[in-house]
Unconditional design. Structure first.
Length: 446
């Protein structure tokens, strides 16, 4: 039964308000005409042509009650007073006046509804005292009680509608802010990735410059060394071009996405250049064990497992894998202070797979593995400022390198992040790894 009623309500809501009001007004007019022709009490005139016309006009006016509540209410009361003056039965058109007053209370301030209520009460008393079927006390009570009830219900409907409108506006504003924050997070992540790729390309160009100088120096005296240098130049330049392609793809974005306007974009670009000047090359797969050690020092038990044959990859791809591992480990520490985390790195024939999963932790495990009270959490684990968009950043990195990233809770508890990247063996030597503290603010929410 409830399902049928709900379906009816949904269908009624889809009907345009003016159409619904017109149908209700037509129904009121029909009922009033039937009532005015039959069972009219003694002392009142039956409806004739003029009375029927007034009845139709009074009731059909209520079709426009939402568009002009006060005007319709005053017009209905005025016509109703003329109708009563012609000695027609007042009850016939009483519903139209009550409906008009309710609409005023539901769409206008209380003081306006109070004024219309006074007019209705006066007219009701006049109509009640004209006939013989109602006592003076009954008429007076009705003239006070009906307007009060209608104004109360109308005021409740008005405040509810205003509250719902505010909630809808707030929900829309929140949705727009969330979308803007997501766009800004993606844009900022692209800037960080672009800085890393810039370092990779700069390293490749340095290698090319050194190898070109070496080839020129030994071209005549040591042709073998010169050929090896030229081979290195060919491979490194090809890889540099590929990294440049990725860099351009990252930078192909509207600057307004960063912070919401041209001026803000200029500030972001200036800040990006300043940060790039102080930025050091990001680590790769060789540094995952250091990230694991830093998180392990904060309390959780972290296991690192590597399968497959390790071989050189494109430096940018290694950075992508490292950043995802770093982000996932930081999230595991922040969100669960988990007792056990497992990092798996699989060197497949045509893909590199990185998986980070935690068990969600338990109260006892967290207590057992948490650092002592007052102990500092290692900077790599806690010093990164969370943007709240960690998964967005991970997915953006995976997308740039043609890979995929899946992240979500595990059935038995805990969380898993799975990164899959297609691999191409790097032609040139990998960039030198520096044992420096990370400057990337890559921590984000799940």
């Amino acid at each position: 039964m409830g399902g049928v009623a709900g379906a009816v309500r949904r269908r009624v809501r889809r009907v345009p308000p003016l159409t619904l009001d017109a149908a209700v007004a037509a129904g009121f007019a029909t009922v009033s005409l039937l009532l005015g022709h039959d069972n009219v009490p003694a002392g009142w005139e039956r409806l004739d042509g003029l009375g029927s016309a007034l009845t139709c006009l009074i009731n059909l006016l209520t079709a426009a009650r939402r568009q002009a509540p006060v005007t319709v209410c005053l017009a209905v009361l005025l016509l109703w007073s003329g109708y009563i003056a012609l000695d027609y039965w007042p009850v016939v058109n009483s519903l139209a006046g009550l409906m008009a007053l309710y609409t005023v209370a539901a769409h206008r301030p209380p003081r306006v509804a109070a004024g219309c209520s006074v007019l209705l009460a006066v007219l009701w008393n006049v109509a009640g005292t004209t006939g013989d079927e109602s006592s003076w006390a009954t008429t007076l009570g009705q003239s006070v009680l009906y307007p009060v009830i209608l104004c109360w219900f109308g005021n409740v409907a008005r405040t509810s509608a205003e509250r719902n409108l505010r909630l809808t506006e707030m929900a829309g504003q929140l949705r727009r802010e969330q979308e803007e924050n997501a766009r800004r997070a993606v844009a900022e992540e692209r800037v960080r990735i672009a800085r890393e790729l810039h370092d990779v390309v700069a390293h490749h160009m340095s290698v090319i410059s050194v190898q070109a100088g070496l080839a020129g120096y030994v071209f005549a005296s040591d042709p073998g060394t010169a050929r090896r240098a030229l081979t290195t130049i060919a491979g490194t330049s090809a890889e540099a071009l590929e990294e440049m392609r990725r860099l351009l793809a990252v930078l192909r974005v509207d600057p307004r996405e960063m912070t919401g306007g041209p001026a803000a974009a200029d500030r972001g670009e200036t800040a990006g250049r300043a940060a790039a000047d102080a930025y050091e090359p990001a680590p790769g797969l060789d540094r995952i064990d250091e990230a694991v050690a830093r998180i392990r020092a904060a309390g959780p038990t972290v296991a690192l497992r590597t399968t497959g044959e390790r071989r050189p990859y494109a430096p940018g791809l290694e950075q992508c894998a490292y950043r995802v591992v770093q982000e996932a480990l930081t999230n595991a520490l922040k969100h669960a202070r988990t007792a056990r985390v497992e990092v798996r790195v699989d060197h497949g024939a045509d893909r590199l797979t990185v998986e980070v999963r935690d068990d969600g932790g338990t109260a006892g495990a967290r207590a057992a593995h948490a650092p002592p009270s007052g102990a500092a959490v290692p900077p790599a684990a806690s010093g990164q400022v969370s943007t709240g968009h960690g998964l967005l950043g991970m997915r953006e990195r995976a997308r740039i390198y043609g890979g995929s990233l899946r992240a979500g809770p595990l059935p038995g508890g805990g969380f898993r992040v799975l990164l899959t990247l297609p691999v191409h063996t790097a032609a040139g030597p990998a960039p030198p790894r520096k044992g420096t503290t990370e400057h990337d603010q890559g921590a984000g929410g799940r």
